[in-house]
Design a protein around this ligand. Structure first.
Ligand SMILES: *[C@@H]1O[C@H](CO)[C@@H](O)[C@H](O)[C@H]1NC(C)=O
Ligand SMILES: *[C@@H]1O[C@H](CO)[C@@H](O)[C@H](O)[C@H]1NC(C)=O
Ligand SMILES: *[C@@H]1O[C@H](CO)[C@@H](O)[C@H](O)[C@H]1NC(C)=O
Length: 352
């Protein structure tokens, strides 16, 4: 309709504008009536001037909400479902409160870049939660220990802009969806302290993930950890307290790893040379021995911090610094074997 009457077009757009304003204002008013204590300068009676209420930001038209930021205010209450009507919303941050009830659907809020709802007391999350969040960069829902068990679905693939997903300790179960080819910007994946089961997704291969925290799953992730050998951007890798099996892969290409936690798994085989020869700084954070199923006699005696009393450990005369850890003659794998445990104490490793 290229030839529309100007007056008609004007009144049409005014109508659209005012209905959007009414929507955003009424959604904020619902919010005002759902949380307590009421933030200072908010009203529960009228949304007048809501764009200048504490924690609210609007666009340049001063009608559409772009950001709601109410973290660390000891808020209790709930988030009303009307939040899903705030179609210009870019940022929703309510972390570190005691909000409860359902996390409202935020699906198809295509402008939303940041969702921080972590460290609250939410009790449910809608199944289609991740649909159509095409601009989402940061999603943080961890530390909601009363969430009813939920799954991370393949909808995650729609969040193609995601750089950070933090969902530790929030009752996730099932498998980690195999969608990481679709998340080229993802750098931080924190899913610790849940009940994920199954294998590491093959699409981890070649992903850009730098920080991978999958530790402490209730029943435990299973299968091999071979795929991490192809995750060349990895820096911090926490896989401890799972049920992984098989060998530690060649990590030669993972040049940035500075913190690798593999203990409390069922790994077996030989520690690859690439790991043993990592630079000493790197070594400082390695905790590996407990990750093996078979040589528990190694780590069993190594409970306290006085490494100098541990089996296979040689210290200097002052009993202050570990000089060597020699596991070569222990026949755990029938070949050269260096198991490194609490390696922050160690100056030298011997594998011959
Ligand atoms: C969290 O919610 C549970 C009920 O679901 C309640 O018993 C508990 O007191 C709440 N905790 C906080 C810190 O609000
Ligand atoms: C999001 O939008 C898509 C496409 O319009 C639709 O199929 C889907 O049902 C929507 N999801 C939700 C949870 O509203
Ligand atoms: C953990 O997940 C498994 C398999 O999905 C399930 O059988 C089990 O009940 C879950 N455990 C808890 C404590 O929820």
């Amino acid at each position: 309709m290229g030839q529309g009457h100007p007056a008609l077009l004007l009144s049409l757009s005014l109508l659209l504008l005012s209905s959007a304003t009414a929507d955003d204002g009424s959604a904020i008013l619902k919010l005002a009536n759902s949380i307590t204590p009421l933030p200072s300068d908010w009203s529960t009676k009228s949304p007048n001037g809501f764009c200048s209420w504490r924690g609210i930001k609007c666009d340049s038209s001063n009608t559409r909400v772009t950001s709601i930021s109410l973290s660390k205010l000891s808020l209790s209450g709930t988030l009303p479902p009307e939040i899903s009507t705030l179609s210009e919303l870019q940022s929703l941050t309510f972390q570190d409160n005691q909000l409860s009830g359902a996390i409202p659907s935020l699906a198809n809020l295509t402008n939303l870049q940041t969702i921080l709802l972590n460290t609250n007391n939410f009790t449910s999350i809608s199944p289609g939660f991740l649909q159509g969040l095409t601009s989402l960069q940061t999603l943080s829902v961890g530390g909601n220990v009363n969430l009813s068990p939920w799954q991370l679905t393949a909808d995650l693939a729609q969040c193609a802009s995601l750089t950070t997903l933090t969902a530790n300790e929030c009752n996730l179960f099932g498998s980690i969806p195999d969608v990481f080819e679709s998340l080229p910007s993802l750098q931080n994946l924190r899913l610790s302290y849940n009940n994920f089961t199954g294998a590491l997704p093959p699409s981890f291969a070649n992903s850009g993930i730098q920080n991978l925290w999958l530790n402490n799953q209730q029943n435990g992730l299973t299968g091999s950890i071979e795929v991490i050998g192809s995750m060349t951007q990895l820096a911090q890798v926490w896989l401890h307290k799972n049920e992984f099996t098989g060998p530690i892969p060649d990590l030669t290409e993972c040049k940035s790893i500075f913190d690798l936690q593999l203990r409390d798994n069922q790994l077996s085989g030989i520690v690859p040379a690439s790991l043993v020869s990592l630079p000493k700084l790197v070594m400082a954070m390695l905790e590996i021995a407990g990750g093996f199923g078979y040589p528990s006699i190694l780590s069993d005696g190594w409970d306290d911090n006085n490494a100098c009393g541990w089996a296979f450990v040689t210290c200097d005369a002052d009993k202050k610094n570990v000089v060597t850890v020699n596991l070569a003659k222990q026949h755990f794998a029938g070949e050269d074997l260096s198991i490194i445990c609490q390696a922050r104490f160690f100056k030298k490793l011997v594998s011959q």
